[in-house]
Design a protein around this ligand. Structure first.
Ligand code: ZN
Length: 109
């Protein structure tokens, strides 16, 4: 069972109370981008066995979108944070690095 803590209302919600929104931290491409950049933004997604950043909505709670860092194989959650955040906060990056020495946000993106 996947439990994620909503960073807005503080509720620890199980997966059935949430809606998955796909990969987080996508770089958007708009007017002036190449067709390949736009295609990548629209369709290319990672599907790692390991650390992953995802968008979730607290659908049956406060209704807000947030981001979560978790391990896709073990379901270990490293942290959740507001959706307006452009990169994982330091406490989330530190939690990932503690479990996965050598992991870094710079190498991830
Ligand atoms: Zn909430």
């Amino acid at each position: 069972m996947l439990l994620l803590e909503c960073p807005y209302c503080g509720v620890k919600a199980e997966e059935t109370e949430l809606t998955a929104g796909g990969e987080a931290h996508l770089k958007r491409f708009g007017p002036g981008s190449t067709p390949e950049e736009f295609e990548g933004y629209m369709f290319a997604r990672t599907n790692p066995k390991g650390v992953h950043f995802e968008r979730w909505r607290h659908t049956y709670g406060c209704g807000k979108w947030f981001l979560a860092a978790r391990h896709t194989n073990t379901l270990e959650v490293f942290g959740t944070y507001p959706a307006q955040t452009t990169e994982p906060p330091a406490h989330v990056r530190d939690a990932i690095s503690a479990k996965h020495p050598g992991w870094s946000w710079r190498n991830f993106k």
